[in-house]
Structure formats: C-alpha cells, structure tokens
Design a protein around this ligand. Structure first.
Ligand code: FAI
Length: 547
C-alpha cells in the first residue's frame, strides 16, 4: 500500500543528512582515492563496482563489492552491475516515510546517503573516431539509472556526477553531512548531466541514420522519416555550460558559453595565448572562420563586428601562401583591420605571424600554427590565439533564437561552388582571370552582412559595402573604401539590384564585371545599364543574404 505524500504529518524533516553509506561507480578515476580516503576516515561504508572497487582497495581502503550486496555477479561484460533492487531500493527509499523505512528493514536493504557516479565516456569515444559496436558499448545504462534515482530522491541522497563536485562532498563530510539545499543543487546538475548524455547518444544515432536535422543530406529530403522535409518533430539539443564569460555583448549583460555534445567548432577551439575570449570575440571568430573556410585555396578573413574588412586568397608572391593571403586581406582596409579578428584556413606560418605581430589584433584563429610562428605570436600577451579542432566542422543546420521559438535552416554552404550555372546577361564573356575574380567576389560577398557589395581584384577584396538598408548606399560604401582600386575591379552583390541606381554607382567607378543573382522585376533596366557601359554581367540565380 502506498503512503499519501500529501499528508505532511507522515514526513520527517531531513535537512542535514550525515553520510554513512556511499555507492561509488566511476569511469573517470580522477580524485577517487582522495574521496575514498576522506569517506573511510569518517567511517563511511563504501560500496563499489568492478574497477572502482579495485582502485579503492589498491589504495588500502575498505570497500564492499556491489556483487556481494546484489548476490549477483557483475555480468555481460559490465552491462549488468548495479541494475538490481538491492541497489536501487537503497537509493530510492524515501526515509521521510515510515512505510519506506519499514520496507527496507523487511527486505534487509540498507540505504545510501551518497552516490558518486560518472558515466562511460560516450562523447570522448565518438570524438576518438570509434564506430559501430565500440561506440554502442560506451552507452552507459546502469550509471544514468543510478544518477536519476539519486537525483529523484535528493530529499535523502546526494549525487555527485563528476570529480569537480568532490571538494563540495569533502566539505559536507567535514561539516556533518549534506544539506537539502546542496542535494537539490546536485540533483539539478545530475538531471542536466544525464539529459546532455542522452542527447549526445541521440545525436550520434541520428547522424548514423542520416535522418536528423544534424545530417545535411536529409534536410530537404521529402522522403525523410522525421518531421517535415527531414526536420525533426522535436529539436532536442541539450547543451552544457562550459563557463561564464566576463560579460555579454555589452558590459552590463551577463553571458556564458554552452557546448554542444560532439561539437567541433569555434566553441571547442583550444586557446593557446591571450586574455579570456569575450562574447563578441566568439561571434567575430565564428564569422571569420566561416568566411575563410568558404575557400579551398589558402584564405584569410579579417572581421570587425561580424563583417569582413578584408578577405583574400593566396597569390603567387615572394611570401608563402597564407602570409600572402593575410597581407592582401589586410591591405583591403588597414584602418578597419585595427583591432580585428583574423581567421586563416591553413597553418599560420612564421611569415604570416611576423605580419600579424605588428598589427593590433583581438583574435587569431587557425587550424594550426608552425612552432616558431606560435612562439613569436605568444610574445603578444593580449593576442588571443585559437587552434580549431582538427576535425573542425560547422553544423549543417543553423539555429537562431527568436522570442518564443527557434528558427532552423539549412546552412548556406559554399565550398564546392561552380560558376557553370551562371548566365551572361551583358557584355563579353569574362576571360579566365576575370571569371576567377568574379567567383572569388561572389564567395567573399556571402560573408558580408546584407545589403552586401564587394569589390575584388586578383583574389582579394578591395572595397566592402556592408549592412546598409539600401543597396545604393552599400555600392557607395564599397566604391569609397576601394578608392582608386575600384577602377578595373569586379563587383559582387549578394542580392539583385532592385533598380539600376546602385549598379550605376559601380559603373561610374569603372568596375569591369559584375555578378549578382538577378530576379528583380526591373532586371531588364539593370542589364541595360550594364550593356550601355559595356560591362560584363553574370547572374547566378541564387542570392546569399546574411543577417
Ligand atoms: N550496467 C550497470 O549496472 C552499471 N552500473 C554502473 N555502471 C557504470 O560503470 C562504470 C564504473 O564501472 P567500473 O567500476 O567497473 O569501472 C561507471 O561509469 C558507471 O556509470 C554500469 N555500466 C553500464 O551500464
């Protein structure tokens, strides 16, 4: 017969709970011996699984094997260890209730006051490149059951899910036990932990099946089994707190970084030098990497306020390729590049490092750094240096929070781009070099916030007009930034010209070729203006807004 939980007279108040019996089952043995030592010194009985028990015993502390409590051997290669009523009743009994106390006595089961579990390293196993059954075997079953049971029964049990929590537990032991407030916090941490763990598992499964929003191929597959056009019915992405940031976009806003399970992006980059990354640093570094990684050739993007003030690919100069890309990106707008965020899509060489060293730069991010380049750059104390994960990848689905919901869209991927589908609507077909420049400008323009106009010459931007609320102003901005370099350059526009007026600004500046999506009701007016100026114009049929 179950006891009514609505009758307060049946509950005994339990705030400070001394620890008398602890269950420990941990994959990560960090801090285990110290914890066992403190528990033993306080007379706590320790019950443990396989290799956890061995580690504790080897350190000279008394430990009870869980199998001696369950009367059942750990079996099936560890798939069944703690999954037993003798363990779970000892965790789940609500000792505020006389009826539960009586049942435990009748069943001869002792209660636990502390459970310490950390789970099989599932994400680490996936990250190591393991596949199939090797990954499946790292899905912890008994561990999450222990964690969830303890967290549910936080009125009676404290749950620690990582070595980072042990100091708090040691303090509790020294001060007579765990408080209800502490156990409540530990329970919240524990449920967040198992939710993140399950999401990592679900994400891996979805990737294997190729049927989730995280798998690009199926996003617009009408036959995909989940949701509409491959988008899942429920977007369940649990992210875990990495750390709080100094502040947000402005100093009065608090902020934090959260990490996705199995993430391989800028959030997981390794910081090799410099001050702590700020919120804006992360935003700009992400935009910089997005821009640089649009190119197969060695490329550098310099970003300020999420917009490029220079993008370039390598050219054949005396410099090494990535140093040449950086020099040419910097030359686009040296004034704006001051205090910028730089991304390179190749290992940073000493040549590039020598140039960056003399320019005030907030962040430099790259796949790697030559040792002497890194050494030189590390002499700049304030320069934040980030190394991207070796398997850097952007999510194939982008999410944007709006009030009351999230927008999800397929990422605007651009790497394997071909000009084969472009249509010539004005002037002579571009020669090979001009066509390559138009292709470069079209790709680079995608990294510029709309309305975007980008002028380029020899694989380097020379004038960028960004973020204006009309295209004419973006044209003026690009032309004025380019100055004398506008003449003979090529231009790209991220969306169609609604009127000929914006284009006219470019024509007056004597650009030699233009690429744009087309699609305006006044396309003919626009094409006619290009023809009248004898300027080559291609339309792509596809726009690249970036907001
Ligand atoms: N199957 C079970 O009953 C079970 N109970 C606990 N575990 C896990 O086993 C690990 C510890 O095992 P060992 O002490 O043998 O290293 C922990 O990560 C714990 O989460 C289990 N393993 C996986 O499901």
């Amino acid at each position: 017969m179950s006891t009514s939980r609505h009758d307060p007279s049946l509950f005994r108040h339990r705030d400070l709970i001394p620890i008398k019996r602890a269950l420990i089952s941990v994959s990560d043995k960090t801090g285990l011996v110290e914890l066992a030592a403190a528990l033993s010194a306080s007379g706590v009985e320790i019950v443990s699984t396989g290799s956890t028990a061995k580690t504790i015993a080897a350190a000279g502390f008394a430990v009870t094997e869980v199998s001696s409590i369950t009367g059942f051997p750990e079996s099936l290669d560890g798939r069944v260890k703690t999954l037993h009523p003798s363990v779970h009743a000892g965790i789940l009994a609500d000792l505020r209730l006389e009826s539960h106390i009586a049942q435990l006595q009748q069943l001869e089961i002792q209660a636990f006051q502390l459970v310490v579990v950390n789970l099989y390293p599932f994400s680490e196993t996936v990250a190591s490149g393991a596949e199939g059954d090797d990954v499946i075997e790292q899905i912890d079953i008994g561990g999450p059951a222990l964690v969830r049971a303890s967290a549910k029964n936080h009125a009676n049990v404290a749950i620690a899910v990582s070595p980072g929590i042990y100091p708090e537990i040691l303090t509790a032991i020294a001060t007579g036990g765990t408080t209800l407030e502490m156990r409540r916090h530990l329970a919240a941490t524990a449920f967040a932990h198992t939710a993140a763990y399950d999401t990592a598992v679900a994400t891996w499964f979805a990737e294997q099946l190729g049927a989730s929003a995280l798998a690009a191929e199926s996003v617009f597959d009408p036959t995909a089994p989940l949701g509409e056009k491959g988008f899942p019915q429920v977007l369940d992405r649990s992210v875990s707190l990495s750390h709080t940031l100094r502040y947000g976009e402005n100093s009065h806003q608090s902020a934090a970084l959260y990490l996705e399970p199995n993430g391989r992006g800028i959030a997981e980059a390794t910081q090799l030098n410099g001050k702590e990354m700020s919120y804006n640093n992360f935003v700009d570094a992400d935009a910089a990497v997005r821009a640089a990684y649009d190119f197969r050739a060695p490329a550098v993007a310099i970003i300020k306020h999420a917009n490029p003030c220079g993008i370039a690919i390598a050219s054949s100069t005396a410099l090494d390729p990535i140093a040449s890309a950086h020099l040419r990106a910097h030359e686009c707008d040296p004034v704006s590049a001051f205090g910028g965020v730089i991304a390179a899509n190749r290992t940073v060489t000493l040549g590039m490092a020598e140039a960056v060293k003399d320019i005030f730069t907030e962040v430099l991010v790259a796949p790697d750094f030559e040792p002497d380049a890194l050494k030189l750059l590390q002499t700049k104390k304030n320069l934040r240096i980030l190394r991207l994960p070796a398997d850097y990848a952007r999510p194939s689905i982008e999410l944007k929070q709006i009030s009351g919901g999230l927008l999800a869209q397929e990422a605007d991927s651009f790497v394997d781009y071909s000009t084969a589908g472009w249509e010539l609507v004005s002037g002579e077909p571009a020669d090979e070099a001009t066509l390559r420049d138009l292709e470069f400008a079209w790709k680079a323009c995608r990294s510029v916030k709309s309305n975007a106009i980008l002028l380029a010459s020899n694989g380097a931007s020379v004038g960028v007009g960004m973020g204006q609320v009309n295209r004419v102003d973006s044209c003026h901005l690009a032309v004025s930034r380019a100055g004398a370099r506008a003449a003979g350059s090529v231009a790209a526009s991220d969306a169609f010209f609604p009127f000929a007026d914006g284009l006219q600004v470019l024509l007056d500046a004597r650009v030699k070729a233009v690429v744009q999506p087309g699609g305006s009701v006044r396309d003919n007016e626009v094409f006619e203006a290009a023809r009248a100026a004898g300027v080559t114009m291609y339309i792509t049929g596809e726009r690249h807004f970036y907001h």
